[in-house]
Design a protein around this ligand. Structure first.
Ligand code: ZN
Length: 118
């Protein structure tokens, strides 16, 4: 996969991560205290696993789930598995990644997965 594209996705993931952290901080005072002395640039270093889920409300917990997906996607970029379907190994189309940079299933596997859960 194109290096420039992967770099672009990485930046997008980090931006989304910063945004989610800011959103949670706006809603949650305890969380705000936690990140208060951090620079927004360093938000990307906050691991979703470090966040105490007990202190979060349901809506915030959903955001943490997204953070985990984003963290996992960044990890896949680092070990060069990014852009491949975790199930069948097929390449995930760039337009799908552009829409959901943390997508880890191709559309085929994703729709199969959704059918199973319905
Ligand atoms: Zn697949």
């Amino acid at each position: 996969m194109d290096k420039a594209f992967i770099q672009e996705m990485k930046e997008m993931l980090i931006k989304q991560k910063q945004l989610i952290i800011q959103n949670i901080a706006a809603e949650n005072e305890e969380f705000r205290e936690l990140i208060e002395d951090k620079d927004p640039k360093d938000f990307a270093d906050i691991a979703s696993d470090d966040i105490d889920k007990k202190m979060l409300k349901t809506l915030e917990a959903q955001e943490i789930n997204r953070l985990q997906l984003i963290d996992a996607a960044i990890a896949r970029i680092e070990n060069e598995h990014y852009g491949k379907c975790m199930k069948c190994g097929e390449k995930i189309p760039e337009e799908r990644l552009r829409a959901i940079p943390y997508a880890f299933l191709c559309i085929k596997c994703k729709s199969k997965d959704e059918r199973r859960h319905r």
